[in-house]
Design a binder for this molecule. Structure first.
Ligand SMILES: [Zn+2]
Length: 198
């Protein structure tokens, strides 16, 4: 796999990887010991993805990628709270990663729990608070809520991260929101910052 240069090429590479996965043509690139050895001195991932912790959305498999390709941040409900924003900023500012994707998925349990708004134990309310803020009052539709949550986390990233905002304005960073269907592995892009999509 060649190293994509810039936000557009990075998004195209992600979409190509997902297409290979869907058509049973996954190559499992960059997964050997030689690749690990080549990366020992440093990493230069070409995409950073904020995904859900759900076991049904393993990102290297869905995008047919390997070691050193994608910088993965996973947390239930793919919420952009402070630690996640800091992690993505590390990718963008320190590692020079040109593309940031927020990836929701169908049937997300965290979004479902935020919709239900029932009492939850431990620290779960803290997590759900970040999703609840995304939802329209009275929303009942899980697919609409998943999409609204992705859009809300994108807004949070743009609003709370100076580095992200200036990167997008300069065209050096692309920001993309997408949803993956957990029944099929298929990806739908919801929105992208200007110039990122073909
Ligand atoms: Zn989820």
């Amino acid at each position: 796999m060649s190293h994509p240069d810039g936000p557009r090429a990075a998004l195209r590479t992600l979409l190509d990887g997902n297409r290979r996965f869907l058509s049973d043509e996954a190559r499992g690139p960059n997964r050997g010991l030689d690749r690990i050895a080549a990366l020992a001195g440093g990493q230069k991932p070409w995409a950073a993805i904020l995904g859900c912790a759900d076991s049904r959305v393993p990102l290297e498999i869905l995008f047919d990628a390997g070691f050193g390709d994608i910088f993965v941040v996973r947390v239930a409900g793919n919420v952009a709270s402070a630690e996640q924003i800091g992690s993505l900023e590390y990718a963008v500012v320190v590692l020079g990663t040109p593309l940031v994707m927020v990836l929701g998925h169908t049937g997300c349990g965290a979004v479902q729990a935020a919709l239900a708004d029932d009492p939850t134990p431990g620290r779960i309310p803290t997590l759900l608070h970040h999703i609840g803020a995304a939802l329209e009052p009275g929303e009942r539709d899980i697919d609409a809520a998943v999409a609204a949550n992705v859009r809300h986390q994108l807004r949070t990233l743009r609003n709370d991260s100076h580095a992200m905002r200036t990167g997008i304005e300069a065209g050096t960073v692309g920001l993309v929101g997408a949803v993956v269907d957990t029944a099929t592995g298929e990806l739908t892009v919801l929105e992208a910052s200007p110039g990122v999509r073909d």
